[in-house]
Design a protein around this ligand. Sequence first.
Ligand SMILES: CC(C)(COP(=O)(O)OP(=O)(O)OC[C@H]1O[C@@H](n2cnc3c(N)ncnc32)[C@H](O)[C@@H]1OP(=O)(O)O)[C@@H](O)C(=O)NCCC(=O)NCCS
Length: 173
Amino acid sequence: MDKARRVADSLTTMTEMIFPNDTNTLGNLMGGNLMRMMDVVGAICAQKHSTRIVVTASVDNVSFKESIPLGSVVTLQAKVTRSFNSSMEVVIDVWAENIPAQEKVTTNKAFFTFVAVDQSGRPIDVPQAVPETEEEKLLFDGALRRRQLRLVLAGRMKPHEASELKSLFDHLE
Ligand SMILES: CC(C)(COP(=O)(O)OP(=O)(O)OC[C@H]1O[C@@H](n2cnc3c(N)ncnc32)[C@H](O)[C@@H]1OP(=O)(O)O)[C@@H](O)C(=O)NCCC(=O)NCCS
């Protein structure tokens, strides 16, 4: 496996303008189109970190608290928070701008998990991610807790194995 890589080395930014084909009947960006963009920017980021083919393993909660109107300029930024064995947690921040009005609104944030695979689709180990800024370190520290929660919810980890979540599940055992 390659040596560790800085989070900053795979930071990926994507900017798109919202056209009529991207919108719903209210003239706002369709949620599914936004999720597609998030998947693409996240996958590119995970590919850069791992230099491997990656597949989307899971998407955590995505909320749509602000609509994004036709003509908006949408920016998506993806960064690896932490890698484990073959999987990488990637956080994606999304904001929308009305450039003529000089307005900018944060619209979404979500955690995606990508898994690096070989040509046969088998998981393959990836480099560790090295956080440098305070924000990167906070995201790194929370990543194990989020991983355990999503694996428990996906039925891939037993609650009693989730060391970081012990207090949440104590009453179930
Ligand atoms: C993701 C996938 C490669 C996992 O394969 P698997 O045979 O279950 O492999 P493993 O059990 O060894 O798990 C591999 C990694 O995936 C992670 N993983 C598996 N399911 C996960 C889930 N639901 N959420 C988060 N991570 C998950 C595991 O935690 C493990 O991480 P680690 O190596 O860092 O410890 C496989 O399920 C797959 O190919 N899924 C389809 C992916 C795809 O097509 N995505 C697009 C959907 S349209």
